[in-house]
Write a protein that binds this ligand. Structure first.
Ligand code: 7TS
Length: 393
């Protein structure tokens, strides 16, 4: 209960709630077989190692990777992007070369590339957006055709607009020009079937906490041949083959990229979350989210003074809706919704360049997931109408 009202949690794009199955598995790990992995020969260490590696295999199956060795455990999407920028990027992106991004990226898919560009003297090139929140394909073609770009990095689903980008098509075009492609799948893997082989992306990242898993665990997928060429990102225990006083050799992927004691409980919890989502079915989850988003789009769109950002056709977007009401500040809107027990996010959503493109400083964002209902959307809409009366829009 929030402010005497049942909580309507409409902020799953930020982080998802956790099913009891995942919480119980974390408790079971810590109470029954807590041990470090890949080290002990005793029973519970073997059990922990098996559960950790089984989680890796579940992730590989979920996204249809060729092999579990293409799955690297990281802290989240942010760390995955930094890893690729500093390992693959430093080796492959040189002076005057280009990195192609889009104007709808989350800060975590911008800043690591800015850091790399500064280190290497590379250039960032942005694909612009149409007024209704789609990528301008022509911009992309022009950047590619100019040549000299080594990487395209783009979000699969916008965390602000809900736009679903045609990544498969973009990847095909990028590959024709010899560009590698990184897909930020933080907002897609939790909500829809994603097949990395069909997509043919070179890298893909997502976070466990947005898909009913624990915080502090996430995934970097990369094609095996690319991983094998990449130098380590972090140095430390478990990522080495041999250590001498002045030099060392590295293990094969994925262990080369998992230095130190990793988030074992997090990985096992994520494995359990994947079981949970797979039982529901990713296609069913996508349909459920889309139905609710469509309903929310229609109902909110009818409220006087509401402006919704992003694709006008809710069928072409995921379960994320950003809006503003007249000139009411998004933070005031979110506070008023909170009085009614409704949790939404307000602000720039870590996408300031996108806010600039939209010509606003902030929006209110409602996002849905497996546990949300039409009734909660009705409450949101009633509360937005109340805001209209309070703020005299
Ligand atoms: N990429 C996208 C598209 C995201 O939506 C987010 C997080 C990230 C990357 C970073 O993920 P992290 O798990 O490493 O933090 N997005 C949001 C959001 O929209 N509200 O809070 C976090």
């Amino acid at each position: 209960m929030i402010n005497g009202k049942p909580l309507a949690y409409l902020d799953s794009a930020a982080t998802a709630q956790k099913p009891v199955e995942v919480i119980d598995e974390l408790t079971r790990f810590y109470t029954e077989y807590n041990a470090n992995v890949h080290r002990g020969v005793y029973k519970i260490s073997e059990e922990a190692t098996a559960a950790y590696e089984e989680a890796r295999a579940k992730i590989a199956r979920l996204i249809n990777a060729n092999s579990p060795t293409e799955i690297i455990f990281v802290r989240g999407t942010t760390e995955a992007i930094n890893l690729v920028a500093q390992s693959w990027g430093r080796m492959n992106v040189g002076l005057g070369e280009g990195i192609i991004l889009t104007e709808m990226e989350h800060h975590s898919n911008i800043v690591p590339w800015q850091l790399l560009a500064k280190q290497k003297g590379a250039h960032l090139k942005y694909v612009g957006l149409t007024d209704d929140g789609h990528l301008v394909h022509e911009d992309f073609r022009q950047h590619l055709e100019l040549g000299g770009s080594k990487l395209v990095t783009m979000t699969h689903v916008s965390n602000v607009l809900g736009t679903i980008n045609p990544v498969r098509e973009y990847i095909r075009e990028a590959h024709k020009q010899g560009c590698r492609v990184f897909v930020d799948a933080a907002q897609s893997v939790p909500h829809m079937p994603v097949d990395v082989q069909d997509m043919d992306c070179d890298f893909l990242a997502f976070s466990g906490h947005k898909m009913c898993g624990p915080t502090g665990i996430g995934v970097l997928y990369a094609k095996k041949a690319i991983l094998e060429e990449m130098p380590p990102y972090h140095g430390g225990g478990e990522m080495i083959r041999e250590v001498h006083l002045y030099e060392s050799t590295w293990r094969d992927p994925p262990y080369r990229f998992e230095a130190g004691t990793t988030n074992i409980a997090g990985a096992i919890g994520l494995g359990k979350a994947i079981d949970y989502l797979s039982e529901l079915g990713l296609r069913n989850i996508q349909l459920h989210d889309q139905e609710l988003a469509e309903y929310m789009h229609d109902m909110l769109g009818k409220v006087r003074g509401v402006k919704i950002y992003g694709p006008a056709n809710p069928r072409t977007k995921a379960g994320v809706i950003s809006f503003n009401l007249g000139d009411v500040h998004a933070h005031d809107m979110a506070s008023l919704l909170d009085e009614d027990g409704i949790a939404v996010r307000s602000g720039h959503h870590c996408a300031q360049p996108l806010m600039d493109r939209l010509g606003v400083s902030s929006t209110t964002r409602a996002s849905v997931y497996i546990y949300n209902t039409e009734d909660e959307i009705d409450r949101l809409v009633e509360s937005v109408e109340r805001a209209g009366r309070v703020f005299k829009v």
